[in-house]
Design a protein around this ligand. Structure first.
Ligand code: PLP
Length: 301
């Protein structure tokens, strides 16, 4: 599947002579955000070929991966189970748009305390899952594995070879790994981590055999799913001037970073940049309900 590249027109880009396009992977599917769709494609095929009837995975309350897994399972006639971080959600998941929609698509939700969730990869917890749900195909939190990376190698297509720099948001690193594998040696890939921490580089290296990439680590805004008024204003301004909606957890931080780097003359005049819009728009409603409680400005839908 091929998604279109949209040219972004902004005064700052024109004055610095930088060309910026956004690959609209957010439009790949009305509910499965771009990269999660790519990451699930070959995993779902494998589950079906192994005659497994259930996809089982893990995630937090607003997880794009949980939403996408529920949807992919339903579309492929599979069951799904979501192991959700936070016991307290057992009583209020109906008010959470991500979880309510996932449940509406048939996902069985199992809420576990954070202390247990942290140990979800222990033999003990695996044994519990086996006894409870027997025949399932396990997807890791965030969905990254070999087949997920393979799916993300299909994000770039032939026409994208003209770009000098490809930019992607980074969570677990699976998406950028697929992108790196699909680049030409003279292209460069910039990753914008949406969370703090230095472990990502090693995670990415496991899946790639090129070194034409680097991480821009100054744009996490305090950590995973952390936002500021500045970031919210940026999302609303960006949508007003380009018609492109951004999600607050991933793609907004990347675009903020790209434009900040343009402003600081980090790119040579004439550079052609392609930024991947990995989706995540389903999470805006949930983020807005958190912002409302804190009396902060909301993201315009
Ligand atoms: C999950 C996600 C990412 C990060 O993908 P990884 O493969 O985990 O690095 C980026 N953008 C969006 C919108 C996502 O949902």
């Amino acid at each position: 599947m091929r998604t279109e590249n949209q040219k972004i027109n902004l005064p700052i880009l024109e004055s610095k002579r930088i060309s910026l396009f956004i690959k609209r992977e957010d439009r790949i599917h009305p509910f499965i955000s771009g990269n999660k769709y790519r990451k699930l494609k070959y995993n779902t095929q494998k589950a079906i070929s192994e005659k497994v009837d259930t996809l089982l995975t893990f995630g937090g309350a607003y997880s794009n991966h949980i939403a996408a897994t529920a949807c992919a399972a339903q579309e492929n006639g599979l069951q799904s189970v979501g192991i959700i971080r936070g016991e307290e959600l057992a009583f209020k998941w109906r008010d959470n748009p991500t979880l309510a929609t996932a449940a509406g698509m048939g996902m069985k939700l199992k809420f576990v305390p954070r202390s247990i969730y942290k140990n979800k990869h222990t033999a003990e917890f695996s044994a519990y899952l086996k006894s409870e749900y027997n025949n399932f195909y396990l997807l890791p939190e965030g969905g990254t594995n070999d087949l997920a990376v393979k799916g993300c190698e299909e994000i770039l297509t032939g026409g994208d070879k003209d770009f000098d720099i490809i930019c992607s948001s980074v969570g677990t690193g699976g998406t950028i790994a697929g992108i790196i594998n699909a680049t030409e040696p003279e292209q460069k890939v910039f990753g914008f981590p949406a969370l703090k921490g230095g472990f990502l580089k090693e995670d990415i290296r496991k899946f790639v055999n090129k070194d034409n990439w680097e991480l821009q680590t100054d744009y996490h805004f305090g950590g995973y799913a952390k936002v500021s008024v500045e970031l919210i204003d940026f999302i609303n301004d960006f949508k007003r001037s380009t018609q492109v909606p951004l999600d607050p957890v991933y793609t907004a931080k990347m675009l903020f970073g790209i434009l900040d780097m343009v402003n600081k003359d980090s790119f040579e005049p004439g550079t052609k940049i392609l930024a991947i819009h990995t989706g995540g728009l389903q999470g805006i409603t949930g983020m807005n309900s958190k912002l409302k409680k804190k009396n902060l400005p909301l993201i315009n839908l």
